[in-house]
Unconditional design. Structure first.
Length: 257
């Protein structure tokens, strides 16, 4: 039942339903086997989630809807960055439901959210042409977006443009680490074929190990951080994290126009 619900309903409706479901989730999934560091709650297990091609068991927090990548991101921001401490101007593209409310309440950040259509976004625009001046933001966050856009290099370059020199960003994407090169084919257009080739029906490419090269081409300095491996087996299992996920920590060097 839950698998059908999670994979069939539009994301906005799923988010609205989550506000109802979260009232009973602690009772239905009472336990201490898994923990979500984003909402701070523990459960007997997480829910399953994903497309037919990339379906995973025990990954979706029933309370805040965090997935593996969200929980890793939260831990990384807390342990490796100044996100929760310094005064920062932050641009968050396609804000995730599990982060939005928490980030918006942070007194230390001036929080800007942007997306083409998301109801969570304050500003609506095409990522290929961001309507902010250059060097405006201390931090840019844009996760699981680049696999959807027509020209990812243009979008990356736009995010680099609006980032202040000395600022930093995180732009995670799905990566097939068995591939050396990113796989793109503009003739693949049907939802069924896109799911087969790119893991999801609305993806237009599948990134390979060359993803950081593309970020560097857009102007970023890229640090490859295997933070998840440093957490240890017990923490990875408790938070249900993907051991192979790498955080690409991006910076804009000072003196860059």
């Amino acid at each position: 039942m839950f698998r059908f619900l999670l994979n069939s309903l539009p994301r906005p409706l799923l988010i609205r339903l989550s506000y109802v479901f979260r009232q009973v989730a602690p009772m239905l999934y009472a336990g201490k086997q898994v923990e979500c560091p984003v909402c701070g709650r523990s459960f007997s297990k997480f829910l399953s989630y994903g497309s037919k091609t990339a379906h995973r068991q025990n990954v979706l927090c029933p309370y805040c809807l965090s997935l593996e990548r969200h929980r890793l991101m939260w831990l990384y921001l807390r342990e490796r960055t100044n996100f929760f401490d310094d005064e920062l101007d932050v641009l968050h593209i396609a804000p995730e439901q599990c982060f939005y409310g928490k980030f918006k309440k942070l007194a230390n950040i001036d929080y800007f959210t942007g997306d083409l259509e998301s109801p969570l976004a304050e500003y609506h625009f095409d990522l290929h042409d961001i309507p902010f001046e250059a060097n405006k933001f201390d931090v840019v966050i844009c996760n699981h977006v680049m696999e959807h856009v027509e020209d990812d290099l243009q979008c990356m370059s736009e995010l680099h443009r609006v980032l202040k020199p000395g600022g930093w960003g995180i732009m995670q994407v799905p990566i097939d680490y068995s591939r050396a090169q990113t796989y793109e084919d503009s003739t693949i257009t049907s939802p069924e074929d896109r799911e087969k080739h790119f893991w999801q029906k609305d993806h237009v490419r599948l990134y390979g190990r060359d993803y950081p090269d593309r970020l560097e081409k857009a102007g970023f300095k890229v640090k490859r951080d295997e933070f998840v491996k440093q957490l240890g087996n017990e923490a990875r299992e408790r938070y249900r994290l993907q051991e192979e996920e790498v955080i690409y920590f991006l910076t804009k060097e000072k003196g860059t126009p």
